[in-house]
Design a protein around this ligand. Structure first.
Ligand SMILES: *Cc1c(COP(=O)(O)O)cnc(C)c1O
Length: 388
């Protein structure tokens, strides 16, 4: 083991089981380790670097802002924050944006909005948030409580009260739960990411949207992983023809810098007033300048490319030896395999392809603009290791 890995293991808190590779540089969908070995990046830092590593347009947008002003706090106006909020609202039909630094924080904002909206409108007892079993909403204590996976909860009791987990797909069960628990909101991922790349059925999502509207319960969609072009639409809810009350996003939004956002519909745009919420770094001008450059490039052409490449991956892998199923949407792909996913990801690392796992699946979240020849090479390697 080299010196750097030793230092890291000695001094960095042991919450991550890292692969034995140090990444030192990259360009687009290719990255290089400390020995100069090349890898195809099919994970994009868990769905973050949507246009790859050191993308020129993003670097230019970020460095231009970096040389003007890197941070001023939310006591003052800065251009990138305002223009990014405008772009996000124009592209989604939402009315306002709250900026945070991560997905968990974006969800915290959504939860605060739901609690305050329902308290103002129906009374303090309407505080429950319904989320789905097998969901993932973050690592803060409250978003951990929202996460519908017991094994994340065990060691951190007591959790934040007021979260009830229902079964994905069970519209009747969820609506009953929502009524009996006096729900303020229902929070879902349209495609569960960490839970195993599982897309929700359209009837379920549409049914939830209709129920929420009828009952004045907020429908909140966690687009931290699915957002910003990943599924072949700007946000995954757009695949379902619904209009949520709140959308949270992060990961791919900043292109590699930390940025989260909660998008608020007209109905809830003024729920949070002066002093009700805040963040020192939220809406940081450097992060926002990069994010604006990214959103502006996620146009109809790029989204069509994402859908095409997603179909290509599915065509190539469907029925391939050692592969028993495919899931997800666009360039968010889950691969069910005969061999354990973890073992395959290690074999792919050796072959120079970086992939992720999600539960028992191999998960792919490549750059939205990954070149076709690079993608084809990675898919060939995946086929090879699955067939061996
Ligand atoms: C990653 C993720 C989060 C948490 O985001 P952080 O930036 O790590 O806080 C929340 N929700 C979903 C759906 C995610 O995939």
């Amino acid at each position: 083991m080299n010196n750097l890995k030793q230092i890291d293991q000695q001094y960095v808190a042991g919450t991550y089981n890292r692969f034995p590779v140090e990444i030192v540089s990259g360009k687009g969908s290719l990255v290089y380790d400390e020995n100069g070995k090349e890898y195809i990046d099919m994970g994009t830092g868990i769905g973050v670097t949507g246009f790859g590593i050191a993308d020129e347009e993003w670097v230019a947008a970020v460095t231009a802002q970096l040389n003007k002003v890197q941070h001023m706090s939310n006591l003052y106006y800065t251009e990138p924050c305002a223009l990014l909020a405008q772009e996000m609202c124009n592209r989604t039909g939402m009315a306002k944006v709250f900026f945070a630094n991560s997905g968990a924080e974006a969800n915290e904002c959504a939860i605060k909005v739901a609690r305050k909206y329902a308290a103002d409108k129906k009374g303090l007892e309407y505080s429950t948030i319904i989320t789905l079993k097998n969901s993932f909403h973050g690592r803060t204590l409250t978003t951990l409580s929202a996460t519908g996976q017991e094994h994340y909860h065990e060691l951190f009791q007591p959790l934040t009260p007021g979260f009830v987990h229902g079964d994905a797909g069970d519209l009747e069960g969820i609506t009953k739960l929502a009524l009996s628990s006096k729900a303020a909101a229902i929070l879902i991922e349209c495609v569960q990411g960490e839970g195993g790349v599982i897309a929700m059925e359209p009837d379920f999502v549409k049914g939830l949207a209709a129920f929420c509207k009828e009952q004045d319960i907020l429908l909140m969609v966690d687009e931290v992983q699915t957002g910003n072009g990943r599924t072949g639409q700007l946000y995954a809810y757009m695949n379902y023809g619904i209009q949520p009350d709140v959308v949270s996003t992060a990961k791919g939004l900043g292109g590699g810098l930390p940025l989260g956002a909660a998008l608020l519909s007209e109905k809830v745009q003024n729920v949070l007033g002066f002093g009700d919420h805040g963040s020192t770094f939220g809406g940081n001008p450097v992060c926002c300048a990069g994010a604006l450059s990214i959103l502006q490039r996620i146009d109809e052409n790029l989204l069509a490319e994402v859908r095409r490449k997603g179909e290509y991956i599915r065509q190539q892998l469907d029925g391939a030896k050692g592969i028993t199923g495919l899931s997800g949407m666009g360039l968010m792909v889950g691969i069910k395999t005969e061999k354990p996913a973890g073992q395959l990801v290690k074999a792919l690392l050796d072959k120079g392809v970086l992939c992720l796992t999600a539960k028992d699946k191999v998960r792919l979240l490549p750059a939205l603009n990954i070149p076709m020849d690079v993608l084809a090479k990675a898919i060939d390697a995946i086929k090879e290791v699955c067939a061996e």
